[in-house]
Design a protein around this ligand. Structure first.
Ligand code: HEC
Length: 385
């Protein structure tokens, strides 16, 4: 059987399962069975649904989808049989058949070990200030093992019973945020129970741990770009306060729904109706939008992190942000116009060629079409975020 769920079906299935888990947690919370831990209701079970396996294994996803359909059919039959007496025997047979014939998935594929914060969402957002504060925590607490660039080559790494993993690639995107949080907060152990990474409790606060995770993600984005020239995993735009012409102060994220162009140079560029220009440098002329002065240094630090350049080399870079707030394309200093190779967010498998109908000119139309036509779907531990 070669049939597999289409991408939209899979993402629907994953969101439905995630919503079901969150709903269950909310109900248990009301009943007092999921008390707050680290500021959000705890997941009280030792297992959660393994969204990552559904995203990876098409056959498994198909079985789960059919199984859910069978369960719904069985439930519906039983419900109708309550009201429809004469149809009852037939409906019961139908319900039993649906349950018997359902292709039950293997439990070890369906479930993954959980921790109390598995379903926690980061309360800090992805702000430039948080990323920069997280960097300071990283340099104080983590660098000795994980190394300055996050590749696991800190000065103490060789003395550890286990080499620290590379935190610059896929690992961070495969895990659930709440599970990374738990591991940093409470430490990690080997199978034999011996400690592999120490936990970081007080004096670090919960917020500091979330912020160091934000920093790790920004750093990983920059390292990926340096290594492969692209982002195999999507990166969000760091948030910061901005001032836009004739408007009250607002945040970059609140500009969502529009395409943005983040500029790191002071030189004013001609305004472009296709995007909102946001200057992250002090700009004398009347800019469309500009990062607010107190947050400007942190925003520039965060942008240099995601671009993988030193802050001193940031000037002249540009970043294009799609309507959903994902960083999609990078312009490098001195570059004239845009081309397909600037599309660094490669979350889809489609090769990096722009349609031959791309009008000549600055190449921006083609890039924008790609950004709009291929929205990013971030799967975290298999679940959409
Ligand atoms: C004493 C050395 C040491 C220090 C300090 C340290 N780590 Fe680790 N870290 C490790 C080792 C070793 C592992 C692999 C552990 C394992 O897989 O059992 C690890 C694993 C991780 C992982 C991967 C978790 C996963 O899901 O696989 C993350 C994320 C992480 N560390 C973040 C941090 C952060 C953030 C800090 C600072 C607050 C930090 N570490 C400090 C040694 C260290």
């Amino acid at each position: 059987m070669a049939w597999s769920l289409p991408a939209e079906g899979l993402s629907l299935l994953l969101s439905a399962l995630q919503q079901a888990q969150l709903g269950l947690r909310a109900v248990l919370h009301i009943l007092g069975l999921a008390p707050d831990i680290h500021g959000q209701p705890a997941w009280p079970f030792a297992y959660r649904i393994a969204g990552e396996m559904l995203a990876l294994d098409a056959g498994h996803a198909r079985r789960v989808a059919i199984c859910i359909a069978c369960l719904l059919l069985a439930g519906l039959s039983l419900l109708v049989s309550l009201a429809w007496r004469r149809g009852r025997p037939g409906l019961w047979v139908l319900a039993a058949a649906a349950l018997l014939l359902a292709p039950w998935p293997e439990p070890h594929l369906l479930l993954a070990p959980a921790v109390p914060t598995s379903l926690h969402a980061s309360p800090t957002g992805f702000t430039a200030q948080g990323i920069v504060r997280g960097q300071a925590v990283y340099q104080q607490q983590c660098v000795r093992c994980h190394g300055a660039d996050g590749r696991g080559e800190g000065v103490d790494a060789a003395k550890l019973p286990m080499w620290p993993p590379t935190l610059t690639g896929s690992l961070l995107w495969k895990r659930l945020d709440g599970e990374l949080f738990w591991r940093v907060r409470h430490g990690m152990r080997a199978r034999d129970g011996s400690s592999t990474m120490p936990g970081f409790g007080p004096p670090l606060s919960d917020v500091q741990v979330w912020e160091v995770l934000n920093y790790l993600q920004a750093n990983a984005a920059g390292q990926m770009l340096k290594e492969s020239g692209g982002w195999s995993y999507p990166v969000r735009m760091p948030d910061a306060a901005v001032l836009c012409r004739h408007q009250a102060p607002r945040t970059l994220h609140s500009l969502g729904g529009q395409r943005l162009r983040l500029l790191t140079d002071t030189a004013p560029l001609q305004e472009d109706p296709r995007l909102v220009s946001v200057y992250t440098a002090v700009n004398a002329t009347d800019p469309e939008c500009q990062a607010s002065a107190p947050e400007l240094p942190d925003l520039r630090r965060a942008l240099s992190l995601v671009l993988g350049v030193q802050p001193a080399q940031l000037a002249g870079h540009q970043l294009l942000v799609d309507r959903d707030g994902w960083l999609r394309a990078r312009g490098q200093p001195g570059q004239a116009g845009w081309s397909a190779s600037d599309l660094v967010c490669r979350s889809t498998a489609t090769p990096l060629t722009l349609a031959s109908t791309t009008p000549a000119g600055d190449g921006l139309d083609g890039l924008i079409r790609r950004m709009d036509d291929e929205p990013v779907r971030l799967l975290r531990g298999g679940f959409p975020h």
